[in-house]
Write a protein that binds this ligand. Structure first.
Ligand code: BGC
Length: 416
């Protein structure tokens, strides 16, 4: 009920008042890209808007995964001052569309031929009732394991390709006095790890049945118990100071050799890149154990809110056009660690992790392995996702058994 309760009754005020208007062309953009790599990425959009004579009002709300940002957004819409655009994605775009607060940006989409440049699965998510209301910026892959090869070497461990090898490597790293798994104890990070574990343990069909169809039998199956058992085992390789740690600080532990491995989406690569590290030598991007044929996608997008005044509406359409331009999609994604959402962007400047991501996305879309990241808002409505994330976090922070976790997860999946 999270989304509905907080918005439904209050949005009307916001919609009627419209966004705050000011004279000069300006866009106010809500996002949660505040880590080193993320900030570099969004700075490129600011530069492009300023080059068009449009002022950029930054509405950055720190907090990985975006929960804080969504709370701030709801407050602003309720107060009648929605920003020009906000980083909203997946089924949530439909939820906001239903509130009647999103702007129609079809004219930018027609001019830029978005229908022809985006895969149908992506363009469908960007539309509400057949009209574009959001522009995609990228495709992140979530099922990665980031590894510091130097740490493996010091520990006498080999690069893991399956769960047995993963745990063998973790044990060696731990015995060598280093942290095996860098992690931040925040609910969304817990869910990020669990999502890759479930995919690796159960495979893509299992994943889809459990997290897309929310099938009760799959959610309570022995495979799901095994997924929690595996997560429980991973827990024993996380350091005791993980509680509350931000994801990018966990990535920094891998970068500086304090820790060996991290399960995280490829926004983590943005941190390696910002630190001047090179894939293949300074760090490795591996598919999480058991997931090399699959790809959990997480598409960031900017949803556009109704704004008042010709000048502001024009500025908003310019923002949408810039976001979908090949130049922006290239430079943004080089910094962000993701790959372009649209076709027609050269691969030339992308590193080996990114080109692997491009190839794997393509291959997995043909073999049935392309699945939406539920931990990152791609698979289910926000209330259901929130309830399921809470279960994973509880499992991570207590002695809850795998059997109890499975029962709680299946119950949470019924949340509407
Ligand atoms: C977003 C990324 C962001 C990450 C960490 C994900 O949900 O899709 O763009 O970098 O969270 O905040």
């Amino acid at each position: 009920m999270k989304f509905k309760q907080s918005i439904k009754t209050l949005f009307i005020a916001g919609a009627l008042l419209g966004a705050a208007t000011s004279q000069a062309a300006e866009v106010e953009v809500l996002h949660y890209w505040t880590s080193g790599g993320e900030a570099k990425s969004v700075a490129e959009l600011k530069k492009m808007m300023e080059a068009k004579g449009i002022a950029w009002k930054d509405f950055a709300v720190a907090g990985g995964g975006g929960e804080n940002a969504m709370t701030a957004l709801k407050a602003r819409v309720m107060a009648g001052s929605a920003p020009t655009a906000a980083q909203i994605k997946g089924p949530s775009i439909q939820e906001w569309g239903q509130e009647g607060v999103l702007a129609n940006i079809d004219s930018a989409a027609a001019e830029g031929q978005w229908d022809a440049s985006l895969p149908k699965v992506v363009s469908a998510v960007m539309k509400y009732k057949g009209h574009y209301v959001a522009a995609p910026v990228n495709v992140h892959r979530v099922n990665w394991l980031w590894v510091n090869p130097e740490v493996l070497k010091k520990a006498g461990a080999k690069v893991p390709t399956n769960w047995d090898e993963f745990f063998a490597a973790a044990e060696k790293i731990k015995n060598a006095g280093m942290i095996a798994v860098a992690h931040g104890g925040q609910p969304w990070q817990d869910a990020t790890v669990f999502e890759s574990v479930a995919l690796g343990v159960g495979g893509a069909d299992f994943y889809k049945k459990a997290f897309v169809q929310l099938d009760q039998a799959t959610l309570t199956s022995p495979t799901m118990v095994k997924a929690f058992d595996t997560l429980g085992k991973i827990k024993t390789y996380i350091d005791k100071d993980a509680a509350g740690r931000d994801w990018n600080l966990a990535t920094a532990m891998v970068i500086n050799g304090k820790a060996g491995m991290q399960f995280m989406g490829d926004w983590a690569k943005g941190e390696f890149t910002a630190a001047g590290k090179k894939p293949g030598t300074d760090f490795l991007c591996l598919a999480a154990p058991g997931t090399d044929k699959a790809f959990t996608f997480n598409i960031d997008s900017m949803a556009m809110f109704k704004v008042k005044g010709d000048e502001q509406q024009k500025a908003q359409l310019t923002l949408a056009s810039r976001i979908m331009s090949p130049e922006f999609q290239e430079v943004f994604n080089l910094n962000k660690g993701s790959i372009p959402a649209r076709a027609g962007v050269s691969r030339a400047k992308f590193d080996s992790c990114a080109t692997r991501s491009m190839d794997d996305m393509d291959a997995s879309s043909k073999n049935g392995g392309l699945v939406p990241s539920w931990a990152h808002g791609m698979a289910m409505m926000s209330a259901t996702q929130g309830a399921m994330v809470d279960v994973i976090a509880k499992f991570m922070n207590s002695n809850m058994s795998s059997q109890d976790a499975v029962r709680a997860l299946a119950k949470a999946a019924k949340t509407k």
